[in-house]
Write a protein that binds this ligand. Sequence first.
Ligand code: UD1
Length: 421
Amino acid sequence: MDKIVIEGGHPLKGVVKVSGAKNAALPAIAACLLTGGPHTLRGIPLLRDIRTIKSIMEKLGTVFKGSGDVLEVNSDNLTAHEAPYELVKTMRASILLLGPLLARLGQAKISLPGGCAIGARPINLHLKALVSMGADIHLEHGYINAEAKKLKGADVFFDIPTVTGTENIMMAAVTAQGTTTLRNAANEPEIKDLAQMLCAMGADIEGAGTDTIVIHGVDNLAPCEHTIIPDRIEAGTFMIAAALTRGDVDIQGCRPDHLMALMEKLQQTGAEVTKMDESIHVKGPESIESVDIKTMPFPGFATDLQAQFMALMTVAKGWSMFRETVFENRFIHVSELRRLGADIEINGNQALVKGREKLLSAPVMATDLRASASLILAGLVAEGGATEVHRIYHLDRGYEDIENKFRALGAKIRREKGPSV
Ligand code: UD1
């Protein structure tokens, strides 16, 4: 297994370009199942999760072409409707195939995603909504078996705003008979991006980006061209890294309107944050002030940036309180941060961080995608030798070329190859 080795203590300086958003690319690729192609998607990041969804869709009959960040997707001839356990177990977002497969083929068999490191992460709300649209769903041998001759529009209320749930049902509803209304829908930017793509295919969707989305079913869809929004979590990770290392970094090709909560919090730490149309400049403070964080659905502070911001607070002046309200078990990075000397106490969904003057290098283990990023950030400032971050395959699921991007900013970071997993 590869590991990343970091010699801390070098402020990040320069320009970094953000890749396309993983969490927007995954539903966009899944949406290409809704009708034949070729669809052209731009801004697709080169990531393990993207390879996983492509592998599953290739088994269904989808053909992929393209190079760099451009992907041509053709689902003219779908020959299967099953997403197998071996692939789904590595990526929960495979559940995004359920809605489009059911809409296109009238049947889908998807391995039930299990729990994951950050919590139980059920999919009951996806299934309940599909049942209300007339799908017949039963769970058997670890698989979701879904059938519906023709999905029907329905009034769907989500008990909790769910991102992939909203995307799944939006995709299922675009060719359903009649109108579907999603209430208490998630309003993350990735949902609006998917809605734009679906509308470019001929769908009739209003309200994406708010908590009520109305989808009028249409008879036909057509191939489309679409550019994926920039990855706000990758951008946010570099913004936090700039502040943490007392650096000076221009994060280019991002959407400041997707990062308002983080910009606000970074300013409170004393960092200088300047936004332009498509870039954000962050200059780290001499001394980092502590701030409290409560994760919330968009536009609140993203749960996917909580671990990285915690790395920043481990070396802030004073105490900061983190409240995680989206996932029940998203503090697994804490025990690894403690190995670097961080002073953090957990009480239920709250973590109290007492800032220290410095962190000290140590070998640490990545436990999930964003936890990996948090450990890399901590390694960038840890003193007294190299910090080794193990189990780095989590990082490759969601960050494109991350060590090269950090190296170009002046970090002393390298990947050491190990046997593949
Ligand atoms: C998506 C993102 C992930 C991010 C998360 C929250 C993708 C591929 N992943 O995950 O990076 O951390 O949003 O912003 O876009 N829930 C239920 N029942 C359901 C569905 C969800 O109880 O059927 C709960 C979850 O357990 C969680 C909350 O709802 O507590 C929000 O989860 P959700 O928005 O569904 O997260 P994902 O879509 O899996």
